[in-house]
Write a protein that binds this ligand. Structure first.
Ligand code: PAF
Length: 284
């Protein structure tokens, strides 16, 4: 069944008011569209945990620091709506720029600390853009719960912190990364890879898995980096923005797996920036 596509805040409010009055919980899956199985797993989780489910689709200009990246971002609304049919969601909210950022819009939500590292250090203003749009999506949809993938682990932690700090009353639910058969984390950006680049891209996860295994056995990350970087270069990866181990909660850089941590990577394959992160079990 095709869900109603809602394009204005007024229509959305009209819809959610009735649900809220009836005491129904609203689960929201914020997306920028180009939906893949990773997104759909969030929708399935939202359906399990909420009375009503809204999927939002908005390619948020405020979180892109590169105009070309924004321009190239895949936009597939019709296809997205079709993929959502089998989940029978209650609404697909597709606001335009004017709904989200009307003339004179002047407010930015900014989260300190967590945003200075990893993607935050390489994409100026990215997390301000994310925090601002997610705050608006939470309030516009009257969300009780919101679902985010661990693939963007830093984003998940930033949104959790923001929801807590601002008393938004939204439970932020993190969901596991969904991977292709060869280990590549699903991402809308994978659509931008040529067939050849796509098959080479799986090296990122393979290298990270091997590093995580060695780290869990007690290795220091500095000793693993030269070989890991050489393997990525041999697979065809260009610039590596980061390949680091950081603690789960505060994203503090660590050298050995002495506390709950993840390995994080961002690297370019044929000009496409791919990110991934995996759990590193604590050394026993
Ligand atoms: O993860 C994304 O797709 C985006 O960052 C989000 C959370 C929808 C905000 O624009």
């Amino acid at each position: 069944m095709t869900a109603p596509i809602i394009r204005t805040r007024a229509d959305l409010r009209e819809m959610t008011r009735g649900w809220t009055r009836a005491g129904e919980t609203i689960g929201v899956v914020p997306t920028m569209g180009a939906l893949h199985d990773g997104h759909l797993s969030l929708v399935a989780r939202a359906k399990d945990m909420s009375d009503r489910v809204i999927v939002t689709i908005f390619v948020n200009p405020k979180q892109f620091n590169n105009p070309e990246d924004l321009e190239n971002y895949p936009r597939t609304e019709h296809e997205d709506a079709r993929k959502l049919e089998r989940f029978v969601v209650d609404a697909i909210y597709v606001p335009d720029g004017a709904q989200m950022y009307p003339d004179g819009f002047a407010t930015t939500v900014s989260v300190d600390g967590l945003t200075n590292v990893l993607c935050g250090a390489h994409r100026a203003g990215h997390f301000d853009g994310v925090a601002t749009v997610v705050t608006k999506l939470f309030t516009q949809t009257s969300a009780d719960l919101a679902f985010f993938g661990e693939k963007d682990f830093q984003q998940l932690q930033v949104v959790r912190r923001m929801a807590r700090d601002l008393d938004l009353g939204v439970e932020v639910v993190g969901c596991p990364t969904i991977r292709e058969m060869d280990g590549l984390a699903m991402s809308s950006r994978n659509l931008l890879l040529s067939d050849q680049a796509r098959s080479r891209a799986s090296a990122l996860n393979a290298v990270m898995e091997d590093m995580a295994e060695a780290l869990t056995k007690g290795a220091a990350i500095d000793d693993l980096l030269p070989e890991a970087k050489a393997r990525l270069a041999a697979a065809g990866f260009g610039d590596i923005d980061y390949l680091e181990m950081r603690t789960n909660e505060t994203l503090t850089l660590i050298d050995r797996a002495t506390e709950p941590a993840r390995l994080f990577a961002a690297a370019y394959m044929a000009g496409v920036r791919l990110i991934d992160n995996i759990d590193v079990p604590v050394t026993t």
